[in-house]
Design a protein. Structure first.
Length: 129
């Protein structure tokens, strides 16, 4: 894994069972990826003329995450395609794996959202972070 992100779990993130509501995990993954991406450039869309869009996401839960937990999300790239790539995320609390997620992203043109080849600067950034 090449990038680390931390989230403090808020009361609003939890459901009636007292654990993080399942849909919020993708929000945490999206936030971690966005921060990783923006560490290249905060305004990458206008600077480079491309964007990254989610195509497919999968999550496997291992242990519940609860209110006030410090969730550590480790991010990395599993594989590269021509216009897409597969990113992996692992959420941990106190060193124990809470969830894993794999997400396929597609690179698109900022103007019309058509798929484009993975930009070299994106490949280099996500491979070396």
């Amino acid at each position: 894994m090449t990038y680390n992100h931390e989230v403090r779990i808020r009361y609003a993130d939890c459901d009636m069972q007292g654990v993080v509501y399942n849909a919020h995990y993708l929000t945490f993954v999206d936030d971690a990826f966005d921060c990783w991406l923006r560490s290249l450039d905060l305004a990458f869309e206008s600077v480079y003329g491309w964007e990254v869009m989610l195509k497919k996401a999968e999550i496997t839960w291992h242990l519940p995450v609860k209110f006030a937990d410090q969730l550590q999300i480790q991010c990395g790239i599993e594989s590269w395609g021509n216009t897409s790539f597969k990113a992996l995320f692992e959420g941990k609390v106190r060193g124990e794996s809470s969830f894993t997620s794999s997400v396929i992203y597609v690179c698109v043109d900022h103007e019309n959202y058509s798929p484009i080849p993975v930009p070299q600067e994106l490949h280099d950034h996500l491979s070396s972070s």
